[in-house]
Design a protein around this ligand. Structure first.
Ligand code: KIV
Length: 264
């Protein structure tokens, strides 16, 4: 398909300073809506929280991610689709390749994403050598929530800032095709964006990245258990759906629905 977003187009967007827009999606219905306007759909392991009702992303499995990604790729023509490697699926390079190959073969996805900095460079290099396109995910890493005892902003002091920049450079050197940077002060994201030649997509990282990503259920108001400061809510989806369903219940209880308009 001609207008399909490719890695080359994403790279060009960085050079031409056109912002890249990424959103998460976990199913065919929403993917087909988002496909009309966004550049990248991330099938994020955040689905483990908003869709599966878990407290964090750590119990998401390869089977679960493949199921959801297949639904997304079925209904996307134009958008670049990114597969989030779940916790424990890339602990060594052989395991990472086996799982990333599954993602490529079973879902038709365009690239995979994994969390980590220079400690993951060897894995990124190995995947890249084996024709898998890899997005790195640095800064706040949601899969580290238990080992770190919570979510916290990264890059608060110069040591942490240097560390994040070194991670970005090491991942680019290892062959990463793009980076996601999460939960950092804007000056850190600015430096990272200007230190590498690959696109840098921010979430909770200020305005200076090459693009932005948000979790769809947060920005459309369907998930209110935890609402970070960086989420702009574009729709009060939970309330709209709740009100519509209440109206349906009222209509059924009162015998208003189905009237003759809805009857054969
Ligand atoms: O899983 C996810 O949705 C993500 C985003 C927070 C970038 O990794």
């Amino acid at each position: 398909m001609n207008n399909k977003i490719t890695l080359k187009k994403l790279q060009k967007m960085k050079i031409q300073k056109q912002k890249i827009v990424m959103i998460t999606a976990y199913d065919a219905l929403f993917a087909s809506i988002f496909d009309k306007s966004v550049d990248i759909i991330l099938v994020g392991d955040s689905l483990n929280m908003s869709f599966s009702g878990e407290n964090d992303t750590l119990s998401a499995t390869m089977d679960q991610m493949i199921y959801h990604t297949k639904a997304v790729t079925k209904k996307t023509d134009k958008t670049f689709v990114l597969f989030d490697m779940p916790f424990g699926s890339y602990t060594d390079k052989k395991k990472a390749l086996k799982n990333a190959t599954r993602a490529y073969q079973e879902t038709g996805v365009d690239a995979v994403k994994l969390e980590g900095g220079r400690e993951k460079a060897k894995i990124v290099k190995y995947l890249t050598k084996n024709a898998i396109a890899v997005f790195g995910h640095i800064g706040l890493k949601p899969q580290s929530v238990r080992s770190e005892g919570g979510y916290s902003i990264k890059g608060r002091d110069s040591k942490e800032k240097d560390d994040i920049i070194k991670n970005a450079i090491a991942l680019e050197k290892a062959g990463a095709v793009a980076l996601i940077i999460e939960g950092v002060k804007p000056d850190v994201a600015f430096e990272v964006t200007n230190s590498v030649n690959i696109p840098v997509i921010g979430i909770g990282a200020g305005v200076d990245c090459d693009g932005q990503v948000l979790v769809w259920s947060d920005m459309l108001g369907f998930y209110d258990e935890f609402m970070p400061k960086f989420v702009k809510q574009y729709l009060d989806g939970g309330k709209l759906v709740g009100d519509a369903v209440e109206e349906y219940v009222k209509d059924v209880k009162s015998g208003e629905f189905p009237n003759l308009d809805y009857t054969y």
